[in-house]
Ligand binder design. Structure first.
Ligand SMILES: [Mn+2]
Length: 268
């Protein structure tokens, strides 16, 4: 069996179909695991969701996935530039959104590495991250998921503390798993910088450029940060968002071989 971890699709269904051809995808032997942001900005979020759900694939949730779920539940409106209204208008919207809402924010990969949409802060161990992800997943799957969506938005508090409670605690956990790029030495997140890993605001670095409590053998796979173009300078952080929706390509990483496959550049 082969396992492929695939970067941010963002509604680029044709690119995903092309990528599946390029990896010679075999539904009986291959498993696909997505880095989140399946939807938004690209031409066919609805077709993308139907395709991925139909492949019995798994995904971690990204910020765009959570925003679409919040819109479905009436806690946000879809942005015209996201081009996701067709999902909410579809006859199978409820089925697709129920499937998406069951997805986790962290997946432990067969190699023992972890996958989240945005990464892991340097001070979180994998065991701690797994426990914190369960808190968010339990909220999403509970009868009180609406309360989670209602309190999800916001940049504050911008720093994780173990003693955070209630909706704030879930918001901060969610922001780390789905929106993080830069973090300070004392653990403060920066939500402004979306360009590449250079010319950074004073006191901030990419989350993967700080010394981490995690042992060298534990890798973190992540998407979200397209401006990295799939490159970090540390083998502990595997970047998978290669900007398909920005005119570049989609990436699939084979866990068994370490080989990267890409979709036809420019195809969406
Ligand atoms: Mn994202």
């Amino acid at each position: 069996m082969r396992h492929f971890v695939i970067g941010d699709v963002q509604g680029c269904r044709a690119a995903l179909e092309d990528l599946l051809t390029r990896i010679d995808f075999d539904a009986t032997n291959d498993q696909l695991i997505f880095a989140g942001d399946l939807v938004a900005r690209g031409p066919d979020s609805l077709g993308t969701l139907r395709l991925i759900k139909g492949l019995a694939a798994r995904t971690v949730l990204g910020n765009h996935d959570l925003h679409l779920l919040a819109a479905f539940h009436g806690h946000a409106s879809v942005k015209p530039k996201d081009r996701t209204q067709a999902v909410l208008d579809a006859p199978d919207a409820a089925e697709l959104m129920a499937w998406l809402q069951q997805q986790p924010v962290l997946i432990t990969l067969p190699t023992g590495d972890v996958l989240t949409h945005a990464g892991l802060p340097p001070r979180w161990t994998v065991a701690q991250a797994q426990a914190l992800s369960s808190e968010v997943e339990n909220a999403l799957r509970s009868p009180h998921a609406n309360a989670f969506f209602a309190a999800m938005y916001g940049n504050e508090p911008s720093t994780w503390h173990d003693d955070l409670t209630g909706p704030e605690r879930l918001r901060v956990i969610t922001n780390h798993f789905t929106r993080m790029r830069l973090i300070s030495a004392n653990g403060q997140l920066n939500f402004q910088h979306k360009a590449g890993n250079e010319h950074l605001p004073e006191g901030f670095k990419a989350w993967f450029d700080w010394p981490t409590v995690r042992p060298a053998g534990e890798r973190v796979f992540f998407g979200h940060w397209a401006a990295l173009e799939g490159i970090t300078q540390t083998p502990q952080a595997i970047a998978l968002d290669t900007g398909c929706v920005w005119g570049r390509h989609l990436t699939a990483y084979c866990l068994e071989t370490g080989e990267r496959f890409i979709s036809t550049p420019g195809l969406q």
